[in-house]
Design a protein around this ligand. Sequence first.
Ligand SMILES: Cc1ncc(COP(=O)(O)O)c(C=O)c1O
Length: 411
Amino acid sequence: MNGTEANFRPARRIEDLGVSEILAITAQAAARRRDGRPVIILGAGEPDFDTPDPIKEAAIAAIRRGETKYTALDGSPEMKRAIRDKFRRENGLDFAQNEVTAAAGAKQILYNAMMASLNEGDEVIIPTPCWTSYFDIVRIAGGVPVALPCDAASGFRLTPEALEEAITPRTRWLLLNSPSNPTGSAYGEAHYRPLIEVLHRHPQVWLMVDDMYEHIVYDDFRFVTPVALDPSLKSRSLTVNGVSKAYAMTGWRLGYGGGPAALIAGMAVVQSQSTSCPSSVTQAAAIAALDGPQDGLATRRASFAARRDLVVDALNAIPGLSCRRPEGAFYTFASCEGLLGRATPDGRTLKTDREFCAYLLDAVDVAVVPGAAFGLAGYFRISYATSREELVEALGRIARACSQLTEGREP
Ligand SMILES: Cc1ncc(COP(=O)(O)O)c(C=O)c1O
């Protein structure tokens, strides 16, 4: 440790936080790859498609027009117009210009909202397993994340009974994500209605919904967003979305939200002292994505659907693993509980999902993320946003690694 590091005293708000386990695993896998090992990384939270050309062209044209300066704080008027049109066209939601906001990713939207609304000790109810950032964003904002574990039997969905029981006088938000990262589970109208009824009994609780994977849904599942189901929620809800996953634009950084004007104004205060505004060039690209032809969505969805089936079928064919067929997103969340307690060829007993995932990386060079990282042990997440060839190879290797486990003896 050098002198500078020794003197650094971290702020209390980040003391217990670290960079995400997913990034750590990906970095470890990438290091092995640099050492010449044939590592397959099934950890990426981003589509493997390229950003469509018309979107790139719109950004290039914006640069040529000189749109390279600061824009309005939480989105240019044209950006907000495109967001409002999107909400109206795809979700039947009517927001005014001062009820929508744009930021550098849906992550910043969530961050702005928590920073703008939480006081020390305020509680945010978060069904788990969930995207890990939710917990840390709430903590940075001074809030208390309240995890509500959801099991495979309920499709990893929150039940109204569990919600009712978790609400306290300190509850500020219920945060829902459908389709979900990491499970791919989604809430249809029948799942949302009973939860909305509970919210009606608790008017002090606001609803934040993360619809990031709206366009990546399969079979006959019909995506809905709660405020469209019950417009009376509009005055206490924030509907969050973004272009990252739908249009393969993770690196561009543009997310957006719609909610009550007072909340949106509060979020602008937070943003004004952090990033000032989303990138002007990115806004031009995002406007083209939202306004442009949407037929690419179906093509990408069909490609993901075929890969989902490939992965789910292959996992369920491996003795000891079991995997629910997700309604959306590009992740599978399989149980490895049937293999815990077994021993590796070199005699180590696998006691946890973390040890199981470490074994896969070690034995067959496949990187996946343990369920514990998302709040549910005994599972692991595969991102199937990678080529079919790589998936087939990776699943063959996972099958081989699992078949080499033997009945272990606890030490
Ligand atoms: C559920 C969920 N919400 C939000 C995000 C963040 O998206 P963005 O790239 O817009 O910040 C992600 C990214 O992985 C996600 O999985």
